[in-house]
Design a protein around this ligand. Structure first.
Ligand code: SF4
Length: 313
């Protein structure tokens, strides 16, 4: 892995609907209204406009994700096709455990699947993800390997685990041949059991990354920061993270916090690829024109893209 550079990775979320809805740390668990509304999801044009932004601003597309069950299967396949077409590359997918049959259907559009394990400590997992067991993800990872797909996973630091649990993580990564891990820090949400919890200390999140890097020198490690943790970046990069995520990059484009990330990358001796601070000169209309999509959708994407760019200027 090239540890001389770094970049921002954007996760694209397609819905506010989740059929599970009871993970104890999650904002969705506080949104009973959304959980009942199957249609609480973003429009195709806003998703595709965001994909164009990722491409042109040099943001990697971390994964495409959303609440489970927000789409009918056929509609979802259509969406994946369009995202791949606009992005020009296969994507990572993080939508819960996927069956073998679906993996086969998605395979032309995805490079790999992400298992949102969240915590590797089995007791804590049972408590914080009561309706999202690990077993179905393990099954998916096994199938994905057989189909030649890459395997990734997410964990959130600060849910009650300790660094002694790292060996469980190491064994899991080895067992399923995980090549990419997203190591987030808890973002305490109001009206959840973590409302009054403290986000993990910088040194603690860094220690997880450091151990992961030591055990897996070639693994792609992404660190999750939030708006309040931009000063964490240089330490997390020095610990061995490749890229940075969980920063609201559109809303805070060009902000002090975005500038801080760039500065932090410099402090860690990394060249920051792409931009969070300055819009490059791009003929956005041309970008939309060249898409092989129907005219009506292209017009909607154009309008949406302009709305995003206006916000970012
Ligand atoms: S499955 Fe994901 S989106 Fe749904 S409640 Fe759990 S963490 Fe939140």
């Amino acid at each position: 892995m090239d540890l001389r550079t770094t970049c921002f990775e954007r996760a694209i979320f397609f819905s506010w609907y989740c059929a599970i809805g009871d993970c104890k740390y999650c904002y969705m668990s506080t949104q009973t209204k959304f959980n009942k509304e199957r249609l609480a999801r973003r429009t195709t044009e806003s998703l595709l406009a965001e994909v164009i932004l990722c491409k042109k601003l040099g943001w990697e597309l971390g994964f495409v994700s959303g609440g489970q069950g927000a789409y009918k299967k056929v509609e979802f396949l259509e969406l994946l096709k369009k995202i791949k077409q606009v992005y020009g590359k296969k994507i990572w997918l993080n939508v819960g455990p996927i069956s073998k049959l679906e993996l086969i259907k998605y395979k032309p559009y995805i490079k790999g699947v992400v298992a949102s394990i969240e915590t590797i400590n089995p007791k804590i997992h049972e408590l914080v993800c009561p309706s999202k067991p690990i077993k179905p993800f393990e099954k998916m990872l096994v199938q994905a390997k057989k189909l030649g797909l890459k395997r990734g996973m997410t964990i959130i630091i600060g849910l009650g685990e300790t660094i002694n649990d790292f060996k469980l993580l190491r064994d899991f990564i080895k067992k399923y041949g995980i090549s990419k891990i997203h190591i987030y820090g808890l973002n305490p949400q109001k009206r959840t059991m973590f409302e009054n919890a403290k986000p993990p200390a910088l040194e603690y999140q860094a220690e997880w990354i450091k151990r992961a890097r030591k055990a897996f020198p070639r693994m792609d490690i992404q660190c999750g920061i939030w708006l309040d943790r931009t000063k964490y970046v240089s330490t997390l990069l020095k610990a061995g993270a490749n890229s940075i995520s969980k920063f609201p990059a559109i809303k805070y484009f060009g902000s002090q916090q975005a500038k801080e990330i760039k500065k932090q990358a410099r402090l860690a001796n990394r060249e920051f690829k792409g931009t969070l601070t300055k819009l490059p000169k791009v003929d956005w209309d041309k970008e939309v024109d060249k898409l092989k999509l129907d005219k009506e959708l292209k017009e909607k994407i154009r309008r949406k893209l302009k709305t995003y760019l206006k916000k970012m200027k």
